[in-house]
Design a protein around this ligand. Structure first.
Ligand code: FEO
Length: 395
């Protein structure tokens, strides 16, 4: 259903209630998502972003509720990723003469996706285009989260359209932040930040500073996923500033996989030691848990312990996947610990320690290994390790 979000500005996007994984199967989306596209009616009709290809007909139907799709003069492509550019070909089939406005990198990436010679016009920070009563300003936002990303600002309406930034994978029947459950909204906004934007946290801080220095009044932030921020729109900017600082809480998360319960028992004993020091913590069996949700716990926690039994000289595959994600997301300001059981060769703990260090996580302890099932003495060492971790967190 089309929704007018300001005078002559319409949300013409799609709510994808059924989406349960994004980027193929890389990112879980328990609450679905939306692909937000915006239509501005003026002397020149402008579409800001499109939707994912499977929904291209819905986009055309939505546009048709407002104008004839052949009357689109300009398509702003803030970002080339398929969930926003996927329906570009369909839109331009209706309006083949339309200008596609994007960043320089955006043109390269869109050409790489579609291999079509459309009427591109590239823009960068400081460029603006009058479309009648309204003026569009453009702000380059490279690596938020792709090299081509940019923001569009509707000057007269005071609406910032920052594409992926400030978004959430969150399907709802409503379009605005003040209409939805705030707990769900912030769970999804944080999960989105952690899993998509964490590696670019320094760019997030710099871009927030740059945009605030421009002194642009912002009455609404209209991202490309989830709800639009119209009530206190800068609240999500402040949250991003806070998240980008990566100052974790005084809490721990213990992530492990286990074959015959030995590594699980070690994790539980480390947890007992943490509890003795009143440190909040979570135990997560990563083999049966959602990796993206687990990474949110990692983001929040100042201490991360990772455990795996050794199998064929390696850690178990679920732990490998976790370690790969830790290296990719480049969390800051965390300490780590490795533990695990083994039967004969016992490389697992060393592998975990090495990978944690490669991920930029401080590891000051050799870690704990236990041969076969933990004996009382092993569990005592695990509890002691938990107490040490707790003391280090308190200090
Ligand atoms: Fe929502 Fe980077 O695409």
């Amino acid at each position: 259903m089309v929704e007018q979000i300001a005078e002559d500005v319409y949300w013409v996007g799609v709510v994808d209630w059924d989406l349960r994984s994004f980027h193929g199967h890389e990112l879980s989306t328990h609450r679905g998502s939306t692909y937000n596209a915006y239509l501005i009616r003026d002397d020149k009709n402008v579409l800001v972003d499109t939707v994912w290809d499977p929904f291209k007909e819905r986009l055309i139907e939505n546009i048709s509720e407002v104008i004839d799709p052949s009357e689109i003069d300009i398509v702003v492509a803030n970002h080339a990723e398929t969930d926003h550019s996927g329906a570009l070909g369909e839109v331009l089939r209706y309006s083949p003469g339309a200008t596609v406005i994007c960043s320089k990198m955006g043109e390269k990436n869109i050409r790489g996706h579609f291999h079509r010679d459309w009427n591109f016009q590239t823009v960068s920070t400081g460029d603006s285009i009058g479309i009648g009563d309204e003026t569009l300003h453009f702000i380059g936002a490279p690596m938020l989260h792709w090299p081509d990303s940019m923001f569009t600002y509707l000057a007269e309406k005071k609406i910032l359209m920052p594409n992926d930034a400030f978004g959430q994978h969150y399907a709802t029947g409503f379009r605005f932040n003040d209409q939805v459950d705030q707990c769900e909204l912030y769970q999804e906004a944080l999960k989105y930040y952690v899993n998509i934007l964490t590696p670019f946290s320094s760019q997030v801080t710099a871009k927030i500073d740059e945009v605030l220095e421009l002194g642009l009044p912002v009455e609404m932030i209209a991202p490309s996923h989830g709800v639009l921020w119209r009530e206190e729109p800068l609240q999500i900017v402040e949250k991003y500033r806070q998240w980008a600082a990566q100052e974790p809480e005084e809490r721990a998360v213990l992530l492990y996989d286990t074959m015959w319960e030995a590594t699980r028992r070690m994790a539980e004993a480390i947890g007992d030691g943490l509890a003795e020091n009143d440190i909040p913590f979570k135990l997560i069996d990563i083999a049966v848990s959602d990796l993206n949700d687990a990474l949110v716990e990692v983001f929040r926690s100042a201490f991360i312990a990772v455990g795996s039994p050794t199998a064929n000289g390696e850690v178990l595959p679920a732990v490998s996947a976790l370690l790969t994600s830790l290296k990719a997301l480049k969390f800051k300001n965390k300490s780590g610990f490795a533990f695990g059981s083994y039967g004969w060769s016992g490389e697992g703990v060393g592998i975990i320690r090495h990978n944690l260090e490669e991920a930029g996580i401080r590891v000051e302890d050799e870690g704990l290994r236990c041969k076969w099932q933990p004996a009382a003495e092993d569990l005592k060492k695990c509890r002691a390790a938990g107490r040490d971790i707790g003391r280090s967190l308190k200090n």
